[in-house]
Structures are given as structure tokens and as C-alpha cells.
Design a protein around this ligand. Structure first.
Ligand code: HEC
Length: 133
């Protein structure tokens, strides 16, 4: 059978509709990102306010200070996925990429381990996904 332009258009619309529906589902999902456990989130909260020194620039609740608000779902440097937050915390924000002119050193200048970076990133992710907390 030769697909007519009309049937092809219908296929396109149906495919698009399915995509939008699955995106809405993903947004409504209350599950943590893959590889993240509730224990990591709890540990990350302690790192944020402790060894990671994140609180010094992002505020004790992550609502911002010298560094941007991490709770509002608005991201200056990524789309705010868990993987991107891990990457961001690892590398920090160098001067040439900083929007405010203020630099974030790698790991905020702290000496936290890779596992601690993943935990603090998990906590940061939950700040803008309150349903998962
Ligand atoms: C010395 C201050 C400072 C410390 C400490 C610091 N940050 Fe930052 N952070 C910043 C600044 C400044 C920016 C954004 C720079 C800009 O204006 O582009 C930033 C950006 C970020 C971003 C990207 C935000 C976005 O909107 O895309 C994340 C995520 C982040 N920081 C997490 C952390 C975490 C987690 C820690 C602790 C391990 C931490 N920061 C420690 C200053 C800091």
C-alpha cells in the first residue's frame, strides 16, 4: 500500500501526541533518577550544608546567595538533569562560562569524593523536584 500524504500526516500527529504524553508522564513521575537512592539524598543534604560548602554560596536551603537559586527549576548552565548536575558540581563554573561573573570552583572548592559529589547532586536534584522528597 502506498501511504497517502494524509495518512502520513496522521502518523506524524499520532507520534507527536505519544511523545508529549510520555513527557508529561516523566514530569509527573515521583521517582528518583536512575542510580539515585533516598539514602544518597539524605547524605547529600548533609554534604550541601557541611563538607561540600555549597551552602556558603547557594544558601542553607539552596535558595541562592552569591550563587544562583537551585530550587526554582531554572538552570543557567544545563537542563538540570541529574547527570548534568553531577557534571556541573564536578567541574564547577569557570569564569568564561559564568553568567554573573562569579566563579564556582570545581566541587565548590571542597575536597569531597566522587561518591559525595553524586550524593550532593542527588540532593540538589530533589530541590527542584519537591514531589520526590
Ligand atoms: C564559591 C561559591 C560557590 C560554592 C562554594 C558552590 N557554588 Fe555552585 N555556583 C556558584 C556560582 C557563582 C554559580 C553560577 C555562576 C554563574 O553565574 O553562571 C554556581 C552554579 C552552580 C550550579 C549550576 C546552576 C545552574 O543554574 O545551572 C549548580 C548545580 C551548583 N552550582 C551546585 C553547587 C553544589 C552542589 C555545591 C557544593 C558542592 C556548590 N555549587 C558550591 C557558586 C558556588
Amino acid at each position: 500500500m502506498i501511504a497517502s500524504p494524509l495518512s502520513r500526516a496522521i502518523v506524524v500527529v499520532l507520534t507527536w501526541g505519544a511523545c508529549m504524553a510520555s513527557q508529561a508522564e516523566a514530569q509527573a513521575a515521583t521517582s528518583l533518577p536512575e542510580g539515585v537512592t533516598p539514602a544518597m539524598v539524605t547524605e547529600g543534604a548533609g554534604i550541601f550544608k557541611g563538607a561540600g560548602i555549597c551552602f556558603a554560596c547557594h544558601g542553607p536551603d539552596g535558595k541562592g546567595g552569591v550563587g544562583p537559586n537551585l530550587t526554582d527549576g531554572t538552570w543557567l548552565h544545563s537542563k538540570g538533569s541529574y547527570a548534568e548536575i553531577v557534571q556541573q558540581v564536578t567541574t564547577g563554573v569557570p569564569a568564561k562560562e559564568s553568567k554573573s561573573g562569579i566563579v564556582m570552583p570545581p566541587k565548590g572548592g571542597s575536597t569531597i569524593s566522587e561518591a559525595q559529589v553524586k550524593a550532593v547532586a542527588a540532593y540538589v536534584w530533589t530541590l527542584s523536584h519537591p514531589a520526590t522528597k
